[in-house]
Design a protein around this ligand. Structure first.
Ligand SMILES: [Zn+2]
Ligand SMILES: [Zn+2]
Length: 242
């Protein structure tokens, strides 16, 4: 009886279809309650060599310079960015469900590639003092009910026993959605939109900024600039995809 109730609850809590391809899931035995093994296996990984600034895969013709053509042209204010996956296919579909369909329970699943990346590429987590998720503007937070970066960041902070701070960095200006903007417009759009509430709390601290996607890097760059202007030490940006 009890098992039946628990089983029934599980059916409510865990959708029985893959959230990426909508194919029926083969129950808990599939290993993940939300994504089928085929879709999970199709996630496109970001592979080395990486651009030494934005962390994107570096094409052969840029190898000598160590930075991609985008980073050679523009100044990014974080020390380095890292992303385990490419923003396409399964990850793009899952992030859409996560962010815009209120599926906050996807957070643990989506953090997995980030944690694997930290281990595989030996990100120096021991030197990081704080985890700070890139904040949403209050009006967007109300509309979406949660900040996707906060959920990803809290899983990472918990895994590495780091302090997560949501109060130190604020987005005091609502910005246009970056999706339809060109690179130059994106930079202008987010310029000066972040500020630090307590400079003494970030002074000399190495900070891991967390967000879902790094596109041009403009958002993380502006967030890093605000932190650096307030006295932060190293600022790394870790995003699920780029
Ligand atoms: Zn699937
Ligand atoms: Zn780059």
């Amino acid at each position: 009886m009890l098992r039946k109730i628990i089983g029934g609850l599980a059916d409510i809590i865990y959708p029985k279809r893959c959230l990426a391809c909508k194919a029926p899931l083969a129950g808990a035995a599939s290993g993940d309650h939300y994504v089928c093994s085929k879709c999970w296996g199709e996630i496109k990984k970001n592979v080395p060599p990486f651009c030494s600034r934005c962390g994107r895969h570096l094409k052969k013709n840029n190898l000598a310079k160590n930075v991609c053509s985008g980073c050679a042209r523009s100044e990014l204010h974080f020390d380095r960015a890292f992303s385990p996956t490419l923003y396409e296919g399964t990850i793009k579909k899952l992030l859409h469900e996560f962010k815009y369909k209120g599926k906050d329970y996807l957070g643990a699943t989506l953090t997995k590639p980030m944690l694997e990346f930290i281990t595989e590429y030996r990100l120096p987590m021991e030197y990081m003092d704080l985890v700070i998720p890139v904040p949403l503007h209050n009006s967007k937070l109300r509309e979406r009910e949660f900040n996707q970066a906060h959920i990803l960041g809290s899983h990472i902070a918990r895994e590495y026993k780091k302090e997560i701070r949501l109060d130190l960095l604020v987005r005091h200006r609502n910005t246009l959605t970056q999706t339809n903007l060109e690179t130059g417009e994106r930079l202008k759009n987010v310029k000066n939109c972040f500020s630090v509430t307590d400079g003494t709390a970030v002074t000399g601290k190495n900070i891991l900024l967390v967000d879902d996607v790094l596109t041009t890097g403009a958002t993380c760059s502006e967030a890093a600039l605000a932190l650096k202007n307030a006295g932060a030490g190293i600022v790394f940006a870790l995003t699920l995809a780029n």
